[in-house]
Design a protein. Structure first.
Length: 202
């Protein structure tokens, strides 16, 4: 029986790492170091995919042809046609939540999967509709003071302290965490890899 295939996650996101682990995959983590602010793109889905590709390429180039696969991901929130990434500071996060509460946005997560040996790649975007709860100013202040919104795209999570402030989603919940498992399975299939061959966690 052949050993499981190797996957390198080109992301510092603990949520993406936890998502893969819960699905039976223990990836190697390599942070890309890509400066996301240098990329300009008006379409949120294309921006997320482009950032994911830059991250995957940066790590793949650094590692050479050794790893089996490198996965880059990036997420942005679209609200009223505006692209919202990680807030710059607490004031920005607070203002953003006052704008988002009681409303609906779309979370776009870009995925780039690169095969280390051949350089073949698959690029995809997954989109999930997010309905935000009508939370009070006091709840917003407490959430921002926790620090969590400052480290995530759109200034919210569904798998952490922000979960109670999201009243519903339409689409893949993993995508809101930053990585769509069903989409990733399809991407591996395009490269001729069965998802179950990636399982390497007992």
């Amino acid at each position: 029986m052949s050993p499981p295939l190797g996957l390198v996650l080109a992301s510092a996101s603990p949520a993406r790492l936890a998502t893969l682990r819960s699905a039976g995959i223990e990836p190697r983590v390599e942070v890309s170091g890509v400066d996301e602010s240098q990329v300009e793109e008006a379409d949120p889905a294309r921006l997320a995919v482009r950032l994911a590709e830059l991250k995957a390429d940066a790590v793949a180039a650094r590692l050479g042809s050794g790893p089996d696969f490198v996965l880059g991901c990036d997420s942005v929130l679209e609200l009223d046609g505006e692209i919202l990434g990680k807030p710059d500071d607490a004031d920005t996060a607070r203002a953003r939540w006052r704008r988002m509460r009681g409303r609906t946005g779309v979370l776009h997560s870009g995925h780039c999967l690169v095969h280390g040996g051949s350089g073949r790649r698959v690029l995809r975007s997954a989109d999930t509709v997010v309905h935000f709860a009508s939370i009070s100013d006091e709840e917003i202040d407490a959430y921002v003071d926790s620090g969590e919104p400052l480290h995530v795209a759109g200034a919210f999570t569904i798998d952490g302290l922000g979960g109670p402030f999201v009243r519903g989603i339409e689409g893949d919940p993993h995508n809101v965490i930053g990585l769509s498992l069903p989409l990733l399975r399809e991407m591996f299939a395009e490269l001729g890899v069965r998802w179950t061959d990636l399982w390497n966690r007992s």
